[in-house]
Design a protein around this ligand. Structure first.
Ligand code: GDP
Length: 138
């Protein structure tokens, strides 16, 4: 069993798509280990996306991620990291496969509905950044 860190981003929460995304998570066999609704501060979002600090879209990305509440989660399944990224689809929804969350719910390459860790080390960092042990079940 593997765990990954996931976010339902502000665009999806604001559009009322959090429930549909949670339904897909359950339908696809992920176990929700931790979950909370939160409105990130700029400092919190900057820390979360620190690896992207030098990217030209960093400032816009932080503004987007702080515009409204997000749902942060830890998901568990066999090969959860790859499985969740497959379910999310490509970063740019124009390139996302049919049936993926980004194909269904993303607006553009920035406002793309969901986040998922891309490797074990990032999953460990992101999980610890958002949750402490008492917020996890199992
Ligand atoms: P991910 O792992 O698929 O989320 O993609 P990345 O790690 O490359 O980028 C992180 C996030 O930054 C993406 O999910 C988007 O919200 C945003 N992003 C990525 N590329 C671009 C871009 O070219 N322009 C803008 N404005 N945002 C981007």
């Amino acid at each position: 069993m593997q765990r990954t860190f996931a976010i339902i981003k502000p665009d999806a929460v604001a559009q009322g798509n959090a429930g549909a995304i949670l339904a897909e998570i359950e339908k696809n066999g992920f176990k929700i280990i931790a979950m909370k609704l939160m409105h990130l501060s700029r400092t919190q979002a900057e820390g979360f996306y620190a690896v992207h600090r030098e990217r030209p879209f960093f400032n816009d990305l932080v503004t987007f991620m702080t515009e409204g509440p997000v749902v942060a989660m830890i998901l568990q399944k066999e090969q959860a990291i790859k499985g969740w990224r497959d379910l999310m689809g490509a970063t740019n929804p124009e390139q996302a496969a049919e049936g993926t969350l980004r194909k269904r719910f993303a607006t553009n390459i920035e406002r793309n509905a969901v986040h998922g860790s891309d490797a074990e080390e990032t999953a460990a960092f992101e999980t610890r950044y958002f949750f402490n042990a008492m917020e996890m079940v199992g």
